[in-house]
Write a protein that binds this ligand. Structure first.
Ligand code: ADP
Length: 189
């Protein structure tokens, strides 16, 4: 069985936490574009240097950079039979590119899970994370900007997937376990 899932939701909605848990439960790799960018920043690669400028400002990394990185990652062996994409696609151009990547492989998406959470909740969570992890894009100004960019560029993508009959909306408020259970119900797993 293949399972191809996209997790979409505002910064701080808990996508990364849920992706790790679901990846384990479903036996497919969780692929987080944010994590890949951060690993490249840490490793001081060319890609990392490019990405950092955008990330620190709360902007999206340019589509062509992100798309080719995802294409590379999806061509690895472990993604052959499924994946859970966390943080991608975030723009219309990324939706189109992902469509093309899947079509090339004769593959299709099974579910797009939208994790919802209100602004005050996510700002609180991100500020708490900032004091724990010290991520350079977790300052209050940058957080607010990331939320605006999300509302403007990414939230509208849920309509695209809804029209395809793939959208499953899940309430991201509650404890981690409860949210995982809601997602599993929503995708019938
Ligand atoms: P969050 O969901 O909390 O914003 P992520 O770890 O998913 O955090 O992403 C951190 C940053 O990495 C984003 O603000 C953006 O700069 C960059 N990024 C991640 N995914 C994408 C993407 N699909 N397209 C463009 N930029 C991205």
């Amino acid at each position: 069985m293949t399972t191809r899932i996209i997790l979409i939701g505002p910064p701080g909605a808990g996508k990364g936490t849920q992706a790790a848990r679901l990846s384990e439960a479903l036996g497919v790799p969780a692929i987080s574009t944010g994590d890949i960018f951060r690993a490249n920043v840490k490793g001081e690669t060319e890609l990392g240097r490019t990405a950092k400028r955008y990330m620190d400002a709360g902007e999206y990394v340019p589509d062509e950079v992100t798309n080719s990185m995802v294409a590379d990652r999806l061509s690895q062996d472990d993604a052959k039979d499924g994946f859970l994409l966390d943080g991608y696609p975030r723009t219309r151009a990324q939706v189109a590119d992902l469509d093309a990547m899947l079509e090339e492989r004769g593959a299709s998406l099974d579910h797009v899970v939208e994790l919802t959470a209100d602004v005050d909740e996510v700002v609180g969570r991100l500020l708490a994370r900032a004091s724990l992890q010290g991520r350079s894009d977790d300052t209050e100004d940058v957080i607010r900007h990331r939320l605006d960019v999300y509302a403007e560029q990414t939230q509208p993508l849920t309509d695209v997937y809804d029209q395809r009959g793939l959208l499953r909306q899940v309430d991201g408020l509650g404890d981690v376990e409860t949210v995982t259970e809601r997602i599993r119900q929503a995708i019938g797993a």
